[in-house]
Design a binder for this molecule. Sequence first.
Ligand code: CP
Ligand code: NVA
Length: 309
Amino acid sequence: MKHFLWLCDYSKEEIKEIIDLGFQIKKETKAKIFKPYLKHQQLAMIFEKSSTRTRVSFEVGINQLGGNGLFLSSRDIQLGRGEPLKDTARVISRMVDLIMIRTFGQERLEEFAKYSKVPVINGLTDLCHPVQLLADLMTIIEFGKFDFENPQNTTVAYIGDGNNMANSWTVLASKLGFNLRIATPKGYEIDENIKQKALEEAKKSKARLEFLNDPEVAVKEADVVTTDTWVSMGQEEEKEKRIKDFKGFEVDSNLMSLAKKDAIFLHCLPAYRGYEVSEDVFEKYSEVIFTEAENRLHAQKGLMVWLKK
Ligand code: CP
Ligand code: NVA
């Protein structure tokens, strides 16, 4: 049995298998072919934080695969009233076939997985958001910006907070071997443990990873530019300070003009215009961004089928 807790546990080959399945199932879904790959399987979805995309994509995904999804907000289940996480894991995993959890610390997710009898999927933690990266990877492949055979031809620039998305891009680049430049304000760099792991992995994959503080240097001649909110869930009290500290890190048309002419822009959403991205950049690339959001559905169907193979 395999969990999906972070991309550090996955090889390039495994990631490719999941993505290939995602594309195959996307094609079938578009042709209105719904094969019951996970017939009668139950997916529990536990949310300790808000969600639009993760909730809808997992629930629709499992239904289209012939199974059923249960939305469990921690506000409504006993977990929110103090029932231990490990008891929650032991109870729920005796009744369902797969569990997705969105929580705070990565250690909560790991504890949950340790006590679960069935595969656990990370639906976002403070540390990483690996299911989002599966969708992002599908999207850059679809828009012709990445192929598994020639990863060194792709340069991704991530601008903004060294948060769960930045950490996840770092791990993905290190596994697949593409070039990644991350530009954060000083003091908002990515997780140090992830950085060290990725740098080690990059020796094998030949990924070029650069950690910078200058967005203009990061974006230069990039194929893909991406960002994320400056105020992640759980950081609401730091909002004012963050907005000041991130001055100069908005992805606007001036910054985009430094990337390759045909570069694309990704955003995991939700997006805050006038902060991490300008309205015009967001709208210019909306087809890419909403394909990326849709790909959450297809990528996660691939993942769920892969985990239950
Ligand atoms: N991108 C993403 O995970 O969105 P939600 O928070 O709406 O699930
Ligand atoms: N970094 C954001 C991602 C939201 C999908 C957060 O954790 O809130």
